[in-house]
Write a protein that binds this ligand. Structure first.
Ligand SMILES: [Zn+2]
Length: 263
């Protein structure tokens, strides 16, 4: 019996050690499962983001859309218009907007060529030439306005009001208006400051072979327009990108299926 009791004591001792090991193993397993679950959850999150991107990619495989985005001005010699305190350069605003539009266009499935992606000088005639050489489908030049007084957004096309260019301009204006602008100044024809009968166009509109327009995204000389520009930069860019793709659909360059952008 004494031997039996001794054996029983050794048995419980082992059980305690085994239990400790068992608990440790359970802790490791739980931590492991938790890690795996987290990994899967992250994957799900990534999949969700991917799904949204796939959903917003309006241009399906096999269809190609090449957009030329022109950030106005650039380089030391051409900073464009200045804010009233002369601290804000149009060339910088134009570039920031152009880069944001490029990002959104690519998300929608379009290919993009940029006349500039940094603060450097590009000649006025070089800009449409780049679009023509690449055989771009549409050309959009991004600028900001300036005046002693005045606010709002306007979009310029050639003075003879080509249908395709006007459609592109109207779509862009409508989209920006929906995001929120201080004033919709409408589609303008020719060249700012000139009588339409003078038959003068912006070089980028005049020399580009494809439908084109020049967007004046608010007045850099107006505080409210600058505030709207800064607050809505990404929303404006997304809207411009969607309007460009919508226009490409309207002009039968490509076909899109997303109702949200079609309307
Ligand atoms: Zn400009």
């Amino acid at each position: 019996m004494e031997k039996q009791n001794k054996q029983t004591f050794i048995y419980w001792d082992r059980v305690i050690i085994a239990l400790c090991i068992f608990v440790l193993i359970i802790i490791f397993i739980v931590m492991g499962i938790k890690g795996i679950i987290n990994a899967f959850t992250d994957d799900d999150k990534n999949d969700a983001v991917q799904a949204i991107n796939t959903d917003t990619a309006l241009i399906s495989e096999g269809q190609e859309l090449l957009i030329c985005i022109d950030a106005g001005h650039g380089g030391e010699g051409d900073c464009g218009a200045l804010s009233n305190d002369e601290k804000r350069f149009e060339s910088v605003d134009d570039l920031n907007m152009a880069l944001a539009v490029e990002k959104h266009l690519k998300e929608l499935g379009a290919e993009v060529i940029m006349t500039r992606t940094e603060d450097k000088y590009v000649g006025l005639y070089q800009r449409p030439e780049m679009a023509n050489d690449a055989d771009a489908d549409l050309f959009v030049s991004l600028h900001r306005n300036s005046a002693e007084t005045g606010q709002g957004v306007e979009v310029w096309v050639n003075y003879d009001a080509p249908d395709d260019d006007t459609l592109l301009a109207k779509n862009i204006l409508k989209g920006l208006d929906e995001v929120g602008i201080s004033q919709n100044r409408g589609v303008q024809y020719g060249y700012q400051g000139y009588d339409p009968t003078a038959k003068v166009n912006y070089v980028v509109n005049e020399k580009s072979n494809m439908p084109s327009c020049l967007v004046e995204l608010g007045f850099i000389t107006d505080d409210e327009d600058n505030r709207l520009f800064d607050e809505n930069l990404d929303a404006y860019a997304k809207s411009i990108a969607e309007s460009i793709v919508k226009s490409a659909n309207d002009l039968n360059i490509i076909e899109i299926s997303n109702k949200a952008v079609q309307n």
